[in-house]
Design a protein around this ligand. Structure first.
Ligand code: GSH
Length: 228
């Protein structure tokens, strides 16, 4: 029988959902191979990568021939398949449903709005060399503010993590999105002590894998700061 190959993940660490996958694999010490797909070089548009994921997006996971896209699905699959500590994606139906509730909401809220701020402040101005469109940025910041209110009042409430007393894959997806605007020097949680405490708890729970995953983003921030 052919030996089982390590799970492979195709990632670009400037991508928020890729960082969530990277953190989960590293903090649980799950053996894996990272295949870097540099989005800025268009490596997601090569024929080989397109064969793997016709949507030309990262992350992608390949586990012994099984190909999976979508960070949400990948995180949950890894947690179950690799028997990770149960808190990441609880077995108990109600606790699991709370994780699914957040992850369903995430893509059109936390992800959409935090990513828009990063796109306007960093990506668009870098690509076109033009000034940031302040009107669009202010609209995006106000939408993000609304999302942050909901994260505090609907999800975090009085509990330490978004879906309960322990960290889950939902916290990883959320924290990686909320870190993204830091690439443009903006800490979107600056005026949000409750969410800041949550971010610190997530950071302590995953240890050094947090900064390992964010090193590329910190470098973007530092390069931009040096240019100002
Ligand atoms: N819903 C997907 C989103 C994946 C996604 O949008 N990835 C971006 C990077 S954050 C990408 O690969 N973009 C490349 C492109 O669209 O050309 C997930 O959560 O995995």
């Amino acid at each position: 029988m052919a030996p089982r190959r390590l799970v492979e993940v195709y990632l670009d660490l400037l991508s928020q959902p890729c960082r969530a996958v990277h953190i989960l694999l590293n903090c649980t010490k799950t053996p894996h191979t990272v295949r870097t797909v540099a989005l800025r070089k268009g490596e997601n548009r090569t024929p080989d990568f397109t064969k793997l994921n016709p949507m030309q997006k990262v992350p992608v996971m390949v586990d012994n021939g099984f190909v999976l896209t979508e960070s949400d699905a990948i995180l949950k699959y890894l947690a179950i398949k690799y028997d990770m500590p149960e808190h990441w994606y609880p077995h108990q139906p109600e606790r699991r449903a709370k994780v699914d509730e957040y992850t369903a909401w995430h893509h059109t809220n936390t992800r959409l709005h935090a990513a828009k701020v990063f796109m306007l402040e960093v990506l668009l101005s870098a690509q076109s060399g033009s000034q940031v469109d302040e009107a669009r940025l202010n609209r995006a910041l106000s939408q993000l503010d609304d999302t942050l209110d909901k994260l505090e009042s609907m999800f975090l409430r009085r509990q330490p993590f978004l879906c309960g007393d322990d960290i889950t894959v939902a916290d990883l997806l959320a924290v990686c999105e909320l870190m993204q605007p830091l690439g443009g020097g903006r800490d979107v949680l600056q005026q949000r002590p409750q969410l800041q405490r949550w971010r610190s708890r997530v950071q302590s729970a995953v240890g050094e894998s947090f900064d390992q995953a964010h090193a590329v983003l910190y470098a973007v921030r530092d390069r931009r700061k040096a240019k100002l």
